[in-house]
Ligand binder design. Structure first.
Ligand SMILES: Cc1cc2nc3c(=O)[nH]c(=O)nc-3n(C[C@H](O)[C@H](O)[C@H](O)COP(=O)(O)OP(=O)(O)OC[C@H]3O[C@@H](n4cnc5c(N)ncnc54)[C@H](O)[C@@H]3O)c2cc1C
Length: 493
């Protein structure tokens, strides 16, 4: 029998698990080396005093991408977790007395829009019609491109698509052709924040995000987001992937323009090829100057998506005013975004996001308690300290208590904060970033860091710092795309 080719994957986040499972399905001998004690990467989980905290992602959008992922292996998401559609999808808090609940159904959203701005319901239909084209072309075609060569985009049909996708117009300009109300603009610009950039710098193509959110809904896997990871690990292991935890990759043995082995604290592991799903910049530092794709100067010029200050709180009472997802858009976002992107600084008076998944799922908090996750997007590369975290904690508590109309501080059973230093320590995150690279026009497709090392034939990259970009669905796609590229390469040999 022919010996199977061996592929090593660095990191067991969404992209690492995705690429490993695909390669194992195709008959490769695949091993993942993960530095942390569990799989999931930015989507890890921890349990304290009866609370189950998802550490990162909390929004389950684009259910079709998850279905496509599992169907690649003859499975369905429901083989691994139960999804619940949230209604309302989320709440937008404009002021303590002005709160908008976004209904799950399109008809409800149209009524809401019409009530805010006359004619907006029809405008929403028109907006969604073009956004549906962008979603179809974007998600079925563009995001699956490895983006290694411009020639991938040089067919007449693709060029026409590219123009119709509005790649060269900003989302900011695009959305203002449909709506005038500041409230509607806030609602429509919110999904763009997931792309790590402000709407002025985001191509209008990403109205596909609104299409996904409005027409396909906001979902939640019962038990928590890490149920997806649990399912993916089970599937990977069913396919024969071996996952090694607490095994940090420290360097590479390189010979004849190839990676021969990865170096660990306790020895080496040899492979025919390596896919790095760990943060791209970190892998570059492990390679050293002779073999990295990009210089420090290049990385320094990248527009990073924001980092975050996070608080995980176990509260000993219910907070009935909170929905599952709550966006505190009760401050001036132009000031906050200026402090993230233009003149990076700790925000003076930030917007924030509060997730209370225990509103939907009683299994993640003790009876009568609330499980809270608070997030402030902040610039990467800030010097984070306990004093800074404490200051923002007090600010958020003031606003949350005033909104909920009850004290919270005195009911906190468990509190943990998380920010830049933790992202660096746990994931080797460049500048302590949370979500990788921003999806600006100049960081799209072939302009993103390449998924292939240019000097080493058998080293590839996947994950949120390469194509197609940040977020869970893109990370799943990234893993599948790079597996295909590596498979082609290994079949040549
Ligand atoms: C707070 C937060 C909230 C988010 N919210 C959402 C959301 O609601 N919806 C959404 O779709 N997306 C969200 N995201 C983004 C999403 O979580 C990420 O884009 C996605 O999880 C990235 O997956 P990845 O595989 O690229 O990277 P990672 O998850 O970072 O995986 C990389 C893995 O490599 C490991 N590693 C690093 N260095 C080494 C080494 N030297 N040796 C071995 N292993 C190593 C790391 O430990 C990690 O496990 C959020 C992210 C954060 C941080």
């Amino acid at each position: 029998m022919m010996k199977k080719k061996k592929v090593i994957v660095i990191g067991a986040g969404f992209s690492g698990l995705s690429t490993a499972t695909q390669l194992a399905e195709w008959g490769y001998d695949v091993e993942i080396f993960e530095k942390n004690e569990q799989a999931g990467g930015r989507a890890r989980v921890f349990k304290e005093q009866g609370f189950v905290f998802d550490m990162g992602p909390s929004w389950y959008w684009m259910p079709d991408v998850f279905e496509k992922y599992f169907s690649t292996f003859g499975k369905k998401p429901s083989d691994y977790y139960d999804l619940k559609r949230l209604d309302p999808s989320y709440s937008v808090i404009l002021s303590p007395t002005e709160v908008i609940d976004l209904p799950a159904k399109l008809e409800g959203i149209k009524l809401l829009f019409e009530g805010i701005e006359s004619g907006a319901s029809e405008k929403l239909d028109q907006f969604l019609e073009q956004a549906s084209y962008k979603y179809r072309v974007g998600i079925t075609n563009f995001v699956w491109k490895p983006s290694r060569k411009i020639s991938e985009f040089l067919s007449l049909k693709l060029l026409i698509d590219l123009i119709q996708l509005d790649v060269f117009q900003s989302f900011y300009t695009h959305i203002r052709k449909y709506f005038k109300s500041e409230t509607l603009l806030k609602i429509m610009e919110f999904p763009i924040l997931f792309l790590g950039a402000i709407s002025q710098n985001t191509p209008a193509m990403y109205s596909l995000m609104n299409y996904a959110e409005i027409t396909m809904g906001t979902w939640y896997p019962m038990g928590g987001m890490h149920q997806i990871i649990k399912g993916m690990v089970q599937l990977a292991e069913e396919k024969g992937v071996k996952i090694h935890y607490n095994q940090e990759v420290l360097g590479f043995d390189i010979e004849d323009k190839k990676v021969k082995a990865i170096q660990l604290k306790e020895g080496k592991h040899y492979a025919d090829a390596v896919i790095a799903s760990a943060d791209y910049h970190h892998v570059e530092t492990l390679l050293g100057d002779n073999y990295r794709n990009y210089s420090e100067a290049y990385w320094d010029k990248r527009v990073m998506a924001p980092s975050s200050i996070l608080f995980y709180l176990g509260v000993s009472k219910r907070l009935p005013k909170l929905k599952h997802h709550n966006l505190f858009f009760d401050r001036d976002f132009s000031i906050h975004s200026h402090e993230i992107y233009t003149e990076p600084a700790w925000p003076s008076d930030p917007l924030f996001y509060a997730s209370a998944p225990s509103v939907t799922d009683p299994s993640i908090a003790p009876a009568g308690c609330e499980n809270l996750f608070l997030l402030i997007p902040v610039a990467p590369n800030l010097t984070d300290s306990e004093e800074v975290r404490d200051k923002y904690f007090e600010q958020l508590m003031d606003r949350l208590e005033s909104y909920c109309g009850t004290s919270i501080r005195d009911s906190i059973l468990y509190k943990r904060s998380y920010a830049h230093k933790d992202f660096q320590k746990d994931y080797h995150a460049f500048k302590g970033n949370a979500y990788g690279l921003a999806n600006t026009l100049m960081q799209t497709a072939i302009l993103k860091p390449s998924l292939k090392n240019k000097r080493l034939k058998n080293l590839y990259y996947t994950g949120q710092l390469t194509v197609p970009g940040p977020g869970v669905p893109p990370a799943l796609i990234s893993g599948l795309v790079v597996a295909k590229e590596l498979d082609k390469e290994l079949k040549k040999v």
